[in-house]
Design a protein around this ligand. Sequence first.
Ligand code: SF4
Ligand code: SF4
Length: 371
Amino acid sequence: MYYRKFHDLNISALGLGALRLPMEPGNTGRIDRKEAQRILDLSFTCGINYIDTAYTYQNGDSERFLGEALSGYPRDSYYLATKFYAAANPDIEQVFEEQLKRLRTDYIDFYLFHGMDENFISAYMDKERNYLGYLLKQKEAGRIRYLGFSSHGAPDTLTRFLDWYDGFDMALVQMNYLDWTMLEAAKQYDILTNHGIPVWVMEPLKGGRLSGLNREAAEILKAAAPERSLSSWAFRFLMGLQNVQTVLSGMSSAEQLLDNVRTFEKPDPLSPSEQEVLKRAAGVFLKDLGVPCSGCRYCCPVCPAGLDIPLLIKGYNERRISGETWRIASLGRAAGPEHCLGCGACRKHCPQKIDIPGIMKQSASLLAGKK
Ligand code: SF4
Ligand code: SF4
C-alpha cells in the first residue's frame, strides 16, 4: 500500500467505503457482523487506514457496525470519515451527537456535507440553519479535524457552492474513466484543483460496472495486459491525477479487497499507450452501458410503491442488452416497473441523475410488449 501526505497525516491511497458492507442473509437489514469484521480487519492488515461512512449508509447500521468493530483498534491507527445529509434529518446537532455515539468516538477525522448537488445546495447554504457555522465550531473544539463535502452536482453547482465558501479541506466526488466525460468529472476535478481542494474519489468502478465491462471491452483490456484485472485499469487511471488524494472503494469481499490492494502497492499510473487502450475499451463499453445506475439505493427509501429500483434498472439494462427478462419477471407483479406511480420522489435522490420514472415507464412497456 502506498500513502499520500495530507497535512501531517499519511493516508492510504486506497480507502474503505462502508456503503456496501455485506448484509446478513434474509431481509434483516443488518450488516453481517462476522463477514464485515473480516473485511475491516483484512483492510487494516493490508495497510488501509481510511474508512468512509455516512449517517444514512445501510440505514445507520454502517456507523453502528463501525463503532463496534473499530473499538478493538487504537483510535489513532485509522482515519474516520462520516457525513451529514440534510434530507435525512435537518437537525445537525442531533445528527452529529448521534454519530459520535454510534461510532463510539469523541472526534471525527473528516466530516462532510453529504451529496451536495442542485437539489440540496440551498439546504447546505441555508442562513437560518447555519450548518457551516455549527461545523466550524466543532472543528475549533477539536471534535472535527477536517471539513469537506461530497458532491454529485454539475460543475456550475460546484462553482456556486465554492463561491459561497471555499475553505473546505477536501471534497469527495464521483470519478472514474467513464464519468470523466460522461458526468463531467474532469470539469469538477479542475474546479476543485483550482480552488486548492484535494480530491477524494468515490465510485471509482462505477458501482462495480467497470470491474465487469462487456465481453468486447474486457477483451481489449485483457489482450493489452492479461495479468491485470479490469478494476486495476480504473484505479490506475485515477493514479495519474495529481490532485487525487485517496480512492474509496466499497469492497464487499476479501477477494475484491486483495485485488485492489495489489493495484495500490505502488503508484502506477497508465502510460500514454495504455491510456489509448483504455479509451478504446471505454468507447466500446459505452455503447452497451444502458442506464448508469451505481446501485447506491438512495432512491429506495423514498419510493411510495416500495420498488427495488436498482434491481429493476439492472433488469431493464439486461433486457435491452441481452433480451433477458427473468430478473423483472421473477419479482412477481407487485414489484414490477408498471407499479411506478410516476411521482418523481426518487429522482432528486439519484446522484447519477437518472430519469427513474421515465425508465420505469419504458421498462413496463418493454415487458408488456413481451407478453
Ligand atoms: S417515480 Fe416511481 S420509482 Fe420513483 S419514487 Fe415514484 S413510484 Fe417510486
Ligand atoms: S437509480 Fe440512482 S439513486 Fe437509485 S440506486 Fe441507481 S444510482 Fe442510486
